[in-house]
Ligand binder design. Structure first.
Ligand code: URA
Length: 489
């Protein structure tokens, strides 16, 4: 019986080479044994892409000289790259079984009810989730070495996603020397190249430093007591990650204070699009491609936006941020795009603009939990200035591409009233620009029978410098929310 010894746990190239050979030699899945050779030196080269498969036994002793051509579909290769990162022991075998069947069943991957396809898809989803959790929950600590400042994080990913996720951190922290240590593998960015070394022990990572306070302040600022749902919070931030999160120490206290705490955090916030951008967006929206199968549930939307590639914004964002609220709501709010804090938290309007929004909703007597809150664009567009991620207004193509998701949300939620918060939302919902000051307090007919209402973006209120003018803008915003709520009744 052939035994395939892969060089390491995520040795995709080794698996692929061996699977190709075995398939060419007609070795059925039941006769192949897949193992990982722990002694192999994965880390010899910083750029090593994977190990070499060594096959033992009759079938692999002499690889076929000219294996018959058999090309697997690209979606299978993509799926296999994901599944290999799963911790399940059966992953190599499962993938080989799928590969074996693909030759006679070329549409196999479309049969989602097939138990093996379903299992592989499930593994891929879990791997993808683990990668997102890693992007959101890695916390760096400042250290000093002979070359100066560096940042080190200890993290225990649910699956072996460290190497595939490392480029995300390089992009985000390109000008900071860092290491991410995990039990599986460690990755190191020295400002020029990414290197990998064997897994580490938690004792190798520094535990306390000044950054702890930063994270605690940050987390306390995005914690929204008005919408505290302990179960949902634990789902988003599973307990297994708490150990390494400085802010986790705050969770019990924040939960205890949730009833009484109010927040008035004010910080710089997104700007509204310029007239030039608005004009270009209108032009771009005329021939928008609306391809693909539209989602029919909010869960599908939540999963979908995270994987959306309709534009390039996903590349720099932590995650797609879908709308939130009941499946049927009378009122649907549309903002511009997630900000820095929404991008990390995965929820709309939880940062400074969200807190302003919550205060205005409370003043207007509108229960946020009975409304659906979403954004025109689902990924955070920003540019890196030093270590800060500064908001950038989404461009016309991005607004247009993302309208596909907003339209799907509107079809599912079927609100009576759609409230546009600011110019980007107006553009997305109405397909044209409108002067917000003049369009306020009117019920504007939309093609799907809903009424549209236009008002300011909460971040506009944050930017008004003068206290009196700020209060007036806030009052006007509250009036608009009351107007919309009454219209939706
Ligand atoms: N600004 C928005 O438009 N949406 C958010 O979710 C947060 C800030």
């Amino acid at each position: 019986m052939p035994v395939v010894r892969l060089a390491h746990e995520t040795d995709f190239d080794g698996w692929r080479a061996a699977a190709r050979d075995l398939r060419a030699q007609g070795v059925p899945p039941s006769q192949a044994i897949w193992t990982v050779d722990g002694a192999a030196d994965l880390f010899a080269s910083p750029t090593s892409a994977g190990g070499v498969a060594v096959c033992e036994g009759s079938a692999s002793a002499t690889p076929a000289a000219a294996p018959p051509a058999f090309t697997v579909p690209k979606p299978f290769v993509d799926l296999a790259r994901q599944v290999i990162q799963h911790r399940s022991d059966e992953r190599f075998d499962l993938l080989y079984r799928l590969l074996w069947r693909l030759k006679d069943e070329p549409d196999l991957l479309h049969i989602l009810s097939d138990p093996e396809v379903a299992r592989a898809n499930g593994y891929a989803r879990e791997v993808s989730r683990a990668a997102h959790k890693m992007k959101a929950f890695v916390r760096f600590r400042l250290v000093h070495d002979e070359e100066g400042e560096a940042y080190v994080a200890w993290f225990e990913p649910a699956h072996r996603v460290t190497e595939s996720t490392a480029p995300f951190f390089v992009k985000r922290f390109a000008n900071m020397r860092f290491s991410i240590l995990t039990p599986d593998v460690c990755v190191h960015w020295d400002l020029k190249q990414l290197a990998a070394t064997p897994g580490a022990d938690p004792a190798d990572a520094p535990r306390e430093d000044a950054l702890e306070d930063y994270w605690k302040t940050y987390y306390a600022s995005i914690f929204n007591p008005a919408r505290l749902k302990v179960a949902a919070m634990q789902k988003e931030m599973p307990k297994r990650y708490w150990r390494n999160l400085p802010e986790a120490a705050l969770i019990p206290e924040l939960i205890a204070q949730a009833e009484s705490r109010t927040s008035d955090m004010v910080r710089s916030a997104p700007t509204e699009p310029s007239r030039r951008v608005v004009k270009a967006a209108v032009r771009a929206s005329r021939d928008a491609p609306y391809d693909g199968q539209a989602p029919v549930t909010l869960d599908e939307i939540a999963a979908g936006v995270d994987h959306c590639r309709r534009c390039d914004l996903w590349k720099d964002a932590t995650q797609g941020v879908p709308g939130e609220g009941p499946g049927r709501a009378r009122l649907l709010f549309v903002g511009e795009q997630p900000g820095d804090q929404e991008d990390l938290a995965g929820h709309p309007f939880v940062g400074p603009a969200g807190q302003m929004f919550d205060r205005a909703l409370a003043a207007a007597g509108v229960p946020r939990t009975e409304t659906y809150v979403t954004n025109a664009v689902k990924h955070f567009k920003h540019e890196l200035t030093g270590k800060r991620r500064l908001h950038k207004t989404p461009n016309p193509g991005e607004v247009t591409a993302c309208r596909w998701w907003l339209d799907a949300e509107r079809r599912i939620v079927r609100p009576r009233v759609v409230v546009c918060l600011g110019a980007t939302a107006v553009l997305s919902v109405f397909g044209k620009a409108m002067p917000i000051g003049k369009a306020r307090q009117q019920a504007l007919q939309l093609p799907d029978q809903a009424q549209g209402v236009v008002t300011y973006h909460p971040s506009f209120l944050l930017r008004v410098p003068d206290a009196k003018a700020k209060q007036e803008a806030f009052d006007a915003f509250v009036e608009d929310l009351k107007f919309a709520w009454a219209l939706a009744a």
